[in-house]
Design a protein around this ligand. Structure first.
Ligand SMILES: NC(=O)c1ccc[n+]([C@@H]2O[C@H](COP(=O)([O-])OP(=O)(O)OC[C@H]3O[C@@H](n4cnc5c(N)ncnc54)[C@H](OP(=O)(O)O)[C@@H]3O)[C@@H](O)[C@H]2O)c1
Length: 287
């Protein structure tokens, strides 16, 4: 999802190669090393990951191989060709017990296999490279990927009652905004760890309710539930709000408020064929 937003932004100012798992599996150290030797990039943006947070609980070996060892392979290949690296990490490196927003140097303490594997990935990057960015982000949504906004719209067109978790707080982040911010950050060469999220924060329940305020679907009700009632395999932090302090210190503008970004994304969906798909799915269930 993020990669498809990022490549066109970078292409406006740079020569860019987008590499997917079909081109190169990051679990294969020799393959990633050969690709970078052939291309000789100045900077590698590493977004590839096993991102199914619940799936990681059932398949910890794959999470570890992709998110931890895979990241080590990318960092090692960067070191071999003298490239800097930007690694996209996650709010799920934190345990969620802090009162207030997490700062870049707060100690991670992941509570899920996914969070642990991404945290190990961060540690490899720090150990192997001097010139790196770690950009932690959260609650991504945008075109070309499974995401919460789409799920809520699809389910709201099929069911009357939606139950959504209200005891996890974070910052929804629009991939188009994040892509621009990452591109801007990479040009600073001010290496380090950055929190890069949409501004403001909410619970998943508030997020869902706002989606349906901006895109009303007749007769649909959203009910708040607790994480324990959600039946998800992975634990998630109760609070994963990230203060974007390092961005401010680097004199970079913060990303727009999540409600502004959400309105922009919903407009984008309304202009696309997807809006019709939602309506048709509603008619399909009515029949
Ligand atoms: N989504 C979020 O809410 C969120 C929040 C915080 C941080 N992040 C981080 O942001 C980054 C981008 O997330 P996203 O939501 O855009 O993820 P995504 O849509 O799942 O994209 C991840 C990409 O990595 C590829 N991939 C998986 N295993 C690979 C391997 N072994 N070798 C090479 N490529 C592989 C996937 O290919 P296939 O599709 O073919 O598997 C997919 O194209 C990730 O690093 C993620 O950890 C995401």
């Amino acid at each position: 999802m993020l990669g498809t937003a990022l490549v066109p932004v970078l292409q406006q100012r740079h020569e860019v190669w987008g590499i997917d798992v079909d081109d190169c599996d990051i679990c294969d150290a020799k393959a990633i090393s050969a690709v970078l030797r052939a291309r000789q990039p100045e900077l590698v943006m590493h977004l590839a990951a096993y991102t199914d947070v619940d799936g990681c609980e059932a398949n910890p070996q794959l999470a570890e191989a992709t998110n931890s060892t895979g990241t080590r392979n990318v960092a090692t290949a960067c070191a071999q060709v003298g490239a800097a690296m930007l690694y996209v990490s996650t709010d799920y490196v934190f345990d969620g017990t802090k009162v207030g927003a997490y700062l870049e140097d707060d100690p991670p303490n992941p509570i899920s296999v996914y969070g642990q594997s991404k945290w190990l990935g961060e540690q490899h990057v720090r150990a192997i490279l001097k010139r790196y960015f770690i950009a932690r982000t959260s609650w991504l949504y945008g075109p070309n990927g499974k995401n919460f906004v789409r799920t809520i719209l699809r389910v709201a067109h099929q069911q009357k009652l939606l139950r959504v978790v209200n005891d996890q707080h974070g910052s929804p982040t629009y991939t188009r905004h994040l892509a621009s911010k990452i591109a801007e950050l990479a040009e600073t060469q001010a290496y380090g760890v950055y929190h890069t999220t949409g501004s403001g924060a909410c619970s998943w329940f508030e997020f869902a309710r706002t989606i349906l305020e901006l895109w009303p679907v007749e007769g649909v009700q959203v009910l708040p539930i607790l994480s324990d009632e959600s039946g998800r395999a992975a634990r998630r932090p109760a609070n994963s709000v990230l203060e974007n302090r390092a961005l401010k210190q680097a004199h970079l503008e913060l990303m727009p408020h999540w409600k502004v970004a959400l309105a922009e994304y919903l407009d984008e969906i309304k202009r696309s064929s997807e809006a019709r798909d939602f309506e048709e799915s509603k008619r399909g269930t009515a029949n």
